[in-house]
Design a binder for this molecule. Structure first.
Ligand code: ZN
Length: 413
């Protein structure tokens, strides 16, 4: 999707403002001799912004307005090293609330709804984003924050909450508790707004069925306002995003070159009107695609498909992009198989084809040969590749407290 004339003007203005502010990115553009953009070609030559740079600019190096205009900061928790701090102006806070309210509206939520908010409040953008959006919409916000399941369920009943906002894991926990305590008849939830981490279809069906609710995936990241920059509509054909605030391109994560609409790649976001910390071509490392054409719901906002995974985890077999999360999902469908696995990819030079080998663990009570065969068929039918499957006893594969390496690519680079 190309920038329209207005978006191009907005990006040009953002760049000029950044340079004038002498902020981290302003200096970067100045040193690179960039003064603005007047065409799609020029835009696509602009350098990407990455999380590592935001860390370099810690704490407030990316701030592009005078101190007196900053009304709030948020921070994304860094799993490694320094966190990232994002300053917001009054307008940024307002714009975020407008976008979030639009998300609620897209999910069919109205001022009559009562929205129970379980994501955390504080430095991160979660709870407060859900809250501001609810208030902007005119709905009743119930600002619970995370944890304390007893109290959550009590308030949910006493206040007749109609919408639950949660991570998929917490929504699952609540669904299980409601089921266990036999509270189903006392709960009046109609919709769930769930942070758009990748989650399995199995989990989604369970939550939807147990709570009797429609589920909506909300997208966002702290660097770009927070959650609320996109959500799926009732059509369930991808997430609409707000192109009056953001320009989204999909790039090949290896080459950095934008791909055609409909093709999968990494989401790169440019903020069009952000003041406190504008970001131009920010690499999210989330993998998705732009869904071409107009949605059957009639909204004109463009659509992103559901997030497939992180570009850091992606691997390619026979030219097809794959993610460990896809394998993970299939493991959940085979009886007796643990969640641990290892993927080895090699190249058979003689036959000139890629070979994918999947090592999984199974409990002693199941037949390993049958397990291997059913997993092989499952992968073949869902992912269009035929793996070799090796089944080993539970506890054989290495466990790690840190992120476990799942994919081992033995092909010559
Ligand atoms: Zn739609």
């Amino acid at each position: 999707m190309k920038l329209n004339a207005k978006q191009l003007e907005q990006v040009d203005a953002q760049i000029k403002r950044l340079i004038q502010s002498d902020s981290y990115f302003g200096k970067m553009y100045k040193e690179a001799g960039i003064t603005g953009v007047s065409s799609q070609e020029e835009f696509e030559k602009l350098p990407f912004a990455d999380k590592a740079e935001l860390r370099n600019a810690y704490p407030l190096g990316i701030q592009a307005v005078p101190d007196e205009e900053v009304v709030r900061i948020h921070s994304s928790s860094g799993t490694t090293g320094k966190p990232v701090i994002i300053p917001y102006t009054k307008k940024d806070v307002e714009d975020w609330a407008i976008m979030f309210a639009r998300c609620y509206e897209t999910a069919g939520i109205t001022p009559k709804d009562r929205i129970q908010i379980t994501p955390g409040y504080g430095l991160w953008t979660a709870g407060i984003g859900f809250q501001a959006g609810a208030e902007k919409l005119g709905a009743m916000a119930i600002p619970m924050g995370p944890g304390n399941t007893d109290k959550q369920l009590q308030m949910m009943q006493d206040l007749d909450a109609t919408v639950i906002c949660a991570t998929s894991s917490y929504a699952l926990l609540l669904a299980e508790e409601i089921n266990k305590r036999g509270l189903k008849d006392k709960i009046h939830l109609k919709k769930g707004v769930i942070g758009s981490e990748r989650w399995s279809e199995k989990k989604r069906e369970y939550i939807s069925r147990e709570l009797g609710i429609e589920l909506y995936d909300i997208y966002g990241l702290t660097e770009i306002y927070g959650p609320g920059i996109g959500i799926n509509c009732i059509g369930e054909t991808g997430m609409h995003y707000w192109d009056d605030y953001l320009y989204i391109e999909i790039i090949d994560p290896k080459t950095g070159i934008p791909v055609e609409d409909g093709e999968e790649g990494e989401i790169v976001i440019t903020t069009l009107v952000k003041e406190g910390a504008p970001l131009i071509r920010f690499r999210t490392h989330d993998i998705s695609r732009i869904i071409p054409g107009q949605c059957k719901c009639g909204r004109c906002y463009p659509r992103l498909d559901i997030i497939q995974g992180r570009s850091d985890d992606m691997f390619k077999v026979h030219g097809v992009n794959m993610f460990p999360s896809q394998i993970e999902e299939l493991l959940g469908q085979v009886d007796g198989v643990s969640s641990e696995y290892k993927i080895d990819i090699a190249h058979d030079d003689e036959k000139n084809r890629d070979i994918i080998m999947l090592t999984v663990e199974a409990e002693g009570r199941v037949n390993f040969d049958e397990t291997a065969a059913s997993l092989k068929n499952l992968v073949k039918s869902r992912m269009m590749v035929t793996p070799k499957v090796v089944v080993v006893p539970v506890g054989t594969l290495p466990r790690s407290e840190k992120k476990t390496q799942r994919v081992f690519d033995h092909r010559a680079q």
